[in-house]
Design a protein around this ligand. Structure first.
Ligand SMILES: Cc1ncc(COP(=O)(O)O)c(C=O)c1O
Length: 422
């Protein structure tokens, strides 16, 4: 699925031509009737969140002009108030936070401002695919370390673990960054305290900076505990913690994200941000600040947006799991987030779906599912390098969808015949 580079494309971007989202959008548009592929909500958040932006837009000139480059003052203050207790410290809103265009820009500014050519970046796979291209954009070298199933047939995201020896062997004198995604996309794993302690020990030993992408922080389901790596001894000073309004407030189109960390690291990101994007949109920052203040006042209560969203998604997760199981899929129950990995190998042999191209079998199954059963999913081997073979037994389904759409899937699943019935 690699595209030919446009003739004038700079060399530094040639590694970015393989883009799973573009490939699937093209294919999906043609065949899909049920889209549980790309990870975004198909319905709006609560009215008060939408109204916040509408109100700001109508309040005269103040919020229609540039604001502070490092982050709108009201928003950085709200982020500090919300995240200070979560990170167990007082956060200086003016020097320890930067607001960016989504978590995406927080990530890219971190990579561009911290990685030198040849520096090694440890990527725990499966990983959010942008990490690999951002490492290469910064001329760093990705070093992959897979999460592997600890049992033959994983039934929970907790069954995916790091091999301590393999992990330790990946750290070297050239390691600059550890990229952690906790909770993880696409598995939905929430790293246990002991696992984070193992990572922290290695970061401290090798003087490595940790970027901790925690965008799914508010979507951790009962039974799992989200420990923030920046709270472990010796880690605040070497960690950038990233989150965003996309996942916290279900407004992926508002493009507001932020990084929290020691001034020394935030200053580095700021240099990249100021010379690339400069300022994020004032009205959306003001609107998110107002929403955050409202949620902060009712934090952890049933009426808080974060609690309501988690409760709603937990029931959607359980609904999709039940339907997938009834259809004959083996499922890997996520502890967090809004993605479900289902093992498709009960439905088709690799021969059945072989389309003669040499691409991974999860891509072939996803295309087969799309063309024959009109269901759009995402093949997760795109999120791996070293564990593609294990991951290619799965496809990823997103359940941040209306119950109406989720219920419709049942009918589509019913047209699938597990192999045993063939
Ligand atoms: C793990 C992870 N990090 C970052 C992002 C990007 O988030 P944002 O919309 O805030 O840029 C996503 C989006 O899907 C994600 O899954």
């Amino acid at each position: 699925m690699t595209t030919q580079p446009p003739k004038r494309l700079a060399n530094r971007l040639h590694h970015c031509l393989e883009n799973i989202w573009l490939d699937f959008t093209r294919c999906k548009t043609k065949y899909s009737e049920i889209d549980v592929g790309v990870g975004l909500p198909d319905y709006p958040p609560s009215e008060h969140i939408q109204r916040a932006l509408a109100d700001v837009a109508m309040e005269g000139n103040t919020y229609l002009q540039y604001t502070r480059d490092q982050g709108h003052p009201r928003l950085v203050k709200a982020i500090a108030a919300l995240h200070g207790p979560l990170l167990g410290r007082d956060i200086d809103p003016m020097s320890e936070i930067i607001v960016t265009h989504g978590a995406y820009e927080s990530l890219v500014t971190a990579f561009l401002s911290l990685v030198n050519p040849g520096d090694e970046v440890i990527l725990i796979e499966p990983f959010f695919d942008a990490y690999k291209s951002m490492t290469k954009l910064a001329e760093g070298t990705p070093v992959y370390v897979p999460l592997r199933p600890s049992v033959e047939s994983p039934t929970s995201s907790a069954d995916w673990v790091l091999d301590p020896q393999e992990l330790e062997n990946k750290f070297s004198a050239n390691t600059k960054l550890l990229m952690l995604n906790n909770p993880n996309n696409p598995i939905g794993k929430v790293f246990k305290r002991e696992e984070l302690e193992m990572l922290a020990t290695l970061c401290i030993k090798h003087d490595v900076i940790c970027i901790s992408d925690e965008v799914y922080e508010w979507l951790v389901y009962p039974g799992a505990e989200h420990v923030r790596i920046a709270t472990l001894p010796g880690m605040w000073e070497r960690t950038i913690t990233i989150s965003s309004a996309s996942k916290s407030f279900s407004v992926t189109g508002w493009r507001v994200g932020w990084s929290i960390g020691p001034k020394e690291l935030i200053d580095c990101q700021m240099i990249s941000h100021q010379n690339g994007d400069a300022t994020c949109a004032t009205p959306v920052q003001e609107a998110i600040a107002r929403c955050m203040e409202i949620e902060l006042a009712k934090i952890n209560q049933p009426c808080c947006h974060f609690t309501q969203q988690r409760t709603a998604l937990l029931s959607k997760r359980n609904l999709l799991i039940e339907m997938a199981r009834n259809a004959g899929f083996k499922v890997c129950v996520p502890e967090a987030g809004y993605f479900l990995l289902v093992d498709w190998t009960a439905f088709a042999t690799r021969e059945m779906i072989d389309d003669g191209t040499n691409i991974a079998s999860d891509f072939q199954f996803a295309i087969w599912l799309l063309k024959n059963h009109k269901i759009a999913t995402i093949p997760p081997s795109a999120f791996c390098e070293e564990s593609k073979d294990t991951m290619s037994n799965y496809v990823r389904l997103c359940y941040f969808k209306t119950d109406e759409l989720l219920n419709k899937i049942e009918t589509y699943f019913a047209s699938l015949n597990p192999l045993k019935d063939c």
